[in-house]
Design a protein around this ligand. Structure first.
Ligand code: CAA
Length: 283
């Protein structure tokens, strides 16, 4: 492996998935979050996911146990001192990410690369808060991380060619397919995906069709594995709204205006699967 010691900051859905694939690829992983209950939940998510591979015969019980052992949960960000690469997967808020990057820059060894799993925020701006902007890069994984092949690799304005190449290679070593893009709002994945989801919400808002009908059309008609409203529930409606705001602010183009119904659902706390209600109701 080009990087043996990996740290993942943030033990939520994305962070735990990234920690899992790194450990599955043979890395020693530090999984950090601000509270023990968050790292514990992250470890449970990883165990559940590994169990699915065991049930399918793709991993043995023994391998699964070894993978779990390679992951060390912690609440100390200072543990960055042991990492060769850090992948940040914290909350999608610029102020929080900047604070984390300042700390990582302080604690991580000089040669350590700092990657962010941001889904739409500018990598260039994040890099600028560190003293190593040439070693900062975006590694945008897709949810569910253990199943999805893509890593969107985002080059900040200052990212060096050497760092870019190292991260492309590392993504492949993780068993993923890296695809490189430049640093513009929403990159490619969310610049294309989110307006589609937003348009599906507009269709619902305008009464063109019911949620099930909208999703069936996109699943059966376009061969998408999930319909856009089901996918929005899965991603989280707050995240979808946030990314639409980033696109709207970043490009200043009205085609990115978030649908009022999306705003309303988020205001109601109907954030999708994670809160038990979004466009659908979950038990
Ligand atoms: N860990 C391990 N295995 C998992 C898993 C996980 N977290 N989640 C699903 N699986 C496995 C299941 O075990 C199952 O395996 P088999 O088919 O071999 O039995 C397989 O995935 C399919 O799972 P399900 O039968 O439960 O459901 P499904 O057929 O609908 O597949 C899915 C699930 C892979 C998530 C599929 O629905 C899908 O590809 N959905 C679209 C996902 C997508 O678009 N992701 C991108 C979101 S956008 C994003 O992430 C970027 C952003 O910035 C917002």
């Amino acid at each position: 492996m080009s990087f043996q010691r990996v740290m993942v900051v943030g033990a939520g859905q994305m962070g735990s998935g990234i920690a899992q694939v790194a450990a599955q690829a043979g890395c020693d992983v530090i999984l950090q979050d601000i509270k023990e209950e968050y790292t514990e939940r992250g470890m449970r998510t990883i165990a559940t996911s590994l169990n699915r591979f065991v049930k399918k015969g793709q991993l043995t019980e023994e391998e699964s146990a070894q993978i779990l052992k390679r992951i060390t949960p912690t609440t100390e960000i200072e543990m960055a001192r042991n990492a060769e690469i850090v992948i940040e997967a914290a909350t999608e808020q610029m102020a929080i990410k900047k604070e984390i990057f300042k700390k990582l820059d302080e604690f991580a060894p000089q040669q350590t690369l700092l990657a962010t799993n941001t889904s739409s925020l500018p990598v260039t701006e994040l890099a600028a808060v560190t003293k190593r902007p040439d070693q900062v890069i975006g590694m945008h994984f897709m949810n569910p991380v253990p199943m999805m092949k893509l890593v969107e690799v985002i080059r900040g304005l200052q990212t060096s060619d050497e760092v870019f190449q190292a991260v492309m290679n590392f993504s492949e070593e993780l068993g993923k397919k890296p695809v490189a893009v430049q640093d513009f709002p929403g990159f490619i994945s969310n610049r294309v995906l989110m307006p589609m989801i937003n348009e599906a919400v507009y269709c619902l808002y305008e009464g063109v069709a019911e949620p099930q009908a909208i999703d069936e059309i996109m699943k059966l008609g376009m061969n998408h594995p999930m319909g856009p409203l089901q996918l929005a529930d899965f991603i989280g409606l707050d995240t979808c709204l946030y990314i639409m705001e980033v696109l709207y602010d970043g490009f200043g183009d009205s085609k990115y205006r978030p649908c009022p119904l999306l705003r309303k659902y988020v205001a109601a706390g109907w954030l999708g699967k994670k809160t038990g209600r979004g466009f659908y109701v979950y038990e």
